[in-house]
Structure formats: structure tokens, C-alpha cells
Design a binder for this molecule. Sequence first.
Ligand code: C2O
Ligand code: CU
Ligand code: CU
Length: 461
Amino acid sequence: HMDSMMNDDSMDNEHMDHDEIISLTDSTGENELIIPPVLKSDSQEQTEYTLRAQTGQTEIFDGVQTITYGYNGSFLGPMLQFEKGETVTINLINELDEDTTFHWHGLEVSGNNDGSPHNVLKPGEESTIEFEVTQEAATLWFHPHPKGQTSEQVYNGLAGLIYINDENSKNLGLPNDYGENDIPLIFQDKVFDDEKQLNYDAAANEDGTVGDTSLINGTLNPKLSVDKEKVRLRLLNGSNARNYTFKLNTDDDFVQVATDGGFLNEPVLMKELTLTPSERAEIIIDFSEIDSSEEIALIDEEGSTLLPFEVSNEIGEETNIPAEMNDFSVTEEEKNLPVTKEIELFGMMDMVTINGKKFDPERIDFTQEQGVTEVWEIYNKPDMMGGMIHPFHIHGAQFKIISRNGETPPENEKGWKDSISVAPDETVRIAIQFKDKGIYMFHCHILEHEDNGMMGQIKVE
Ligand code: C2O
Ligand code: CU
Ligand code: CU
């Protein structure tokens, strides 16, 4: 068994320089990847789900029970399926001993249904929300968002996936056999103590908890068995703070087909792909010509093995990636709109701010009219030490990247986004429109930065 303990000194460090982030230990590949169960609707006639936030124990390490949090289970959550155009009802139940909320990351819903820090459920409380799914096919996720407690709750295991399907996604012919050739991958890094407990307080770092142990869908040392076919991987960086750069150990290309909020217009050939916390991407790896004796694995930038693949001799489904998948565009009009909102990200550890301020639930930082597109300019102001990447996220809308430092964004970012990485001294312009009304959060998705106040509010009216 792999020993995945950090030494005590590194846990005591109050600040870990982000250039020297602790490496992930290699997956030994001894456990088949866990696939999150698909949540069944409570009713035949309509889509109605019940989600319970709860605590439990999970056998992450053989023969050891680790105390964890989960939705409808002890660790992580089930996968929820929505259909574009349908009305979805979700019953929310807080079975934790602490406040929580249910936030739908990337979903275009009204502020009241968004699960922001204003939508708190106290221990034992329940509520029901109902909304119409108005956006296109995408891979979204859900997680808690209570003020100051988001990082710990997500770290302990509160996170689940949402798949939105629509006519286009069904007609494209991409691999879509859930758990067979359409695989969700929730990447998280953890620090386990001597008793193999998560022990958030000890692990916590003001710049975000970064661990040496990689879990995918909660699986330690995972491997994925695949047939000789194209396999679609839906990647979610569900970590508190770590940035992941994904590659294949063979240095082969893979194809990105979707961003946070929908399909790209065309498949984009990639050698590596970086996702900052909360970003998603769908990629396709072609295993049809891979021999079962070949060692092929998803690795990170440093070469740590994240997910080894075991290719069978079985010929799988024959699928093709269409040349045209979507009709996303940034219009001339949008490009020419004046900047009407400016966001300055600054700081590190607990000294993080947006426009010089920390989050105050009583303060509305901006207003925007429902259905009106505005251009926001997001700038990451460096500090004396250079600064760090802040992944910037806005609730309740999918937006378009107009430019990065004045240049058109890379091909794989020409699609709907709800979270973007902003590097030190970088300026990103986005065009954003809210379909619904309400108060929405915008924040850094390093969860400890969010909890430390790197968050603001926009009121859409
Ligand atoms: Cu993943 Cu405020 O959200
Ligand atoms: Cu969100
Ligand atoms: Cu940050």
C-alpha cells in the first residue's frame, strides 16, 4: 500500500509557496475507479430529486474508516441528470450538524435557488427548490457554499456532478455510455493524518489546502478499464486549491470537446490541459489503436500518474467526433462593448480582496440588468512576491471570454465558461448576461480564498 502521509513539518507551514506545491504520489492503479451513481428521480412523471447532506465513514484505505461528508452517501455525491427545457424539483435536506447550502455551480438559476451564503439550511432543515433548465448540454457540479465554511465542507466530501443533456448532445454521437465510455473524473487532492483521517484543520492552509494524495471520484490509487474505443472523460478540478495540468504519459494528443458550460464549436487537439479549481473540460482519448500491453495513463505536469488505463482486447463502440459541435460565438457587438465592471483580484493567504474589499453579505458590490450583456474586466494585481493565479468564478451565468491580455483566448477557451484562471498581472475581459434575477456571488474558487473573503455580490434586477 502506498503511504500517503505528509510529514508534520509541512502541515505546520502556515504558507506554502505556490511555486513549490507538494507533488502528488503516483497512483498504483490497484483500485478500479468508482463511478458516482446516477440519482433516480423520486417521481415517474417529472424530474424530482432528493439530496441529503450527511456525514459518514468511508473506506478509502483498505480496512480503515475515514470520517467524510457526502450527499446521499458517505462521500461525494451522486450524478444528477437534467434535460434542457424541463422543470426540475430538488428537495434539499441538511443532515449535518452545521449550516450548509446547496449551490449549483454553473447553473443558470435565479438567485433564490442558487444556494449562495444567503440560502442557508440549518442542521435538520429542509427546503424544496424548483427551476427550469434553460441552458445547453454541459457538465456542471454542485457543492455547499455557507459563509466561511465552504472549503472545509467541500474538502470533507460535499461535491457532486450534474449532466445537462439536450437535443444537440444526443445527436452528436459522442461517446455517452455512462461509466463505460463516458466517464466523470472528479480530481481532488487530500492530506491524510496518521489515522488516515482528513482532519481539515490540521491540513488547512490560508492559500488553500493542497495534499499529496490524489483521489479521483474518491478512489485512492484508481485505474480505469477501457475497451478499444474512444472514451470521453469529463474532468472536474474539484480540489480546494491545486491547479492540474493533464497530459498523457505517451505524450499523445487528445481532443477537447467541451468547456465548463457547453461544447466547443470544433474539437481541439491538445497535448496538455490546465484546469484551475472548479473548471471542467470534456476530453476524448482514442484507445481503439492502443494495444493492451501498452502503458497509458493520465499524468500531471510533474509526471505523477493520476489515472492509469487498462485497455482490454475488446473492440468497443465505433464513435466519431463531429467536426462541428456548437454555434458559440463572441459577436462584434460584444467585442465592442465598453467595460462596465472592473474587478481587481489581489493578495494571498488571508489578505485576499476583490477591489480592495472583503466579502460582506450586507453589501451589494454591483448591479446588472437581467438579460443585458455587459463586459467585465478582471485583473489580477501582482504583489511584491509576484502573486498567484486566482480562479475567478461567477454564479448564475455562463459567460464568454473576449480576450486575455488583449488577445483572443486559446481555441479551447472559445466556449461557455463560468470559471477562468487569471494569472498574475493578467487582464481578462468577459461578456456576461444573467438570464435570471437575484443576488449572485463572484469569487476566487480557491476555496480558502473564498472563505477568507475574496468574494463579492452582484444584484441582477
Ligand atoms: Cu463553485 Cu461559488 O462556487
Ligand atoms: Cu458557483
Ligand atoms: Cu484566490
